[in-house]
Design a protein around this ligand. Structure first.
Ligand SMILES: [Zn+2]
Length: 249
């Protein structure tokens, strides 16, 4: 962890390594049973475990993200995509000042993805390679039978299970609910609508959350960390020229 090092230790790391892991998340409602910090706490846990196993430096988690669509639920701290992108960019450029050219973002909140993708493309033009990891994509792909689709929504059983595995003292399963998200009458196939969470659910839960369990969460954590460790090893091995933008053909 960078913040636990002295500057002389940091100097030693950066002169020998050009890679770092940065977890980012959000502080937003996750139904009545989960902590507001769910997305950044899960990202932090995955990033730190991966850092431990790979020897790659890990930074403190960026706790706030692009969450204005949850703001009607109390305690959601939302920042604009523009500011989020700028903030993460400045963190990456500070790393780059010490020679870092490979950055793995562990993103705990899907709403951050468009801003992160824009940033990753910009940074690549500046010869910094940034990859983005999202744990629920791995869970859906590698553990397809662990949860049904209605358990994989926001604050659903899958996400709640991760919280139960990682920090059970801040989950209150007595308050867990199941709520089928409402479908707006203008919704037809192929349409994306600019609605907030409150337009679709009253509890903040999308789907089923009462079936969450710590055991399932532990299983997901193991599988997603293994997958990220694989990526970090590949990125570490990659030649810089294989990561950077190609010149015109
Ligand atoms: Zn979440």
């Amino acid at each position: 962890m960078l913040h636990e090092m002295s500057w002389t230790e940091a100097k030693e790391y950066f002169t020998k390594n050009d890679m770092a892991i940065l977890p980012v998340g959000s502080n937003e409602q996750h139904g009545p049973q989960n902590p507001l910090g769910t997305d950044h706490l899960i990202a932090k846990a995955i990033a730190e475990e991966t850092a431990k196993r790979t020897g790659v430096l890990c930074l403190q988690v960026v706790p706030f993200g692009v969450s204005s669509h949850h703001r009607q639920f109390w305690g959601t701290i939302y920042i604009s995509p523009r500011i989020f992108k700028k903030y993460v960019r400045d963190v990456c450029l500070a790393l780059n000042y010490y020679g870092v050219r490979r950055i793995v973002i562990v993103n705990g909140h899907g709403g951050n993805l468009p801003a992160l993708m824009e940033l990753a493309r910009e940074l690549r033009e500046e010869e910094v390679f940034m990859s983005i990891f999202q744990w629920w994509e791995v869970a859906g792909k590698l553990l397809p039978d662990l949860f049904k689709s209605e358990e994989r929504g926001h604050a659903g059983a899958e996400e709640t299970s991760m919280n139960l595995a990682l920090h059970p003292h801040i989950v209150d399963m007595d308050k867990a609910v199941d709520e089928k998200p409402r479908r707006h009458f203008t919704q037809t196939d192929g349409i994306t609508l600019p609605f907030d969470t409150v337009d679709k659910t009253s509890s903040g839960v999308f789907g089923k959350s009462t079936t969450a369990s710590a055991e399932k969460g532990k299983e997901i954590f193991k599988v997603v960390v293994n997958e990220l460790v694989k990526h970090v090893a590949l990125l570490k091995k990659a030649k810089t020229e294989d990561l950077m933008q190609k010149s015109k053909v």
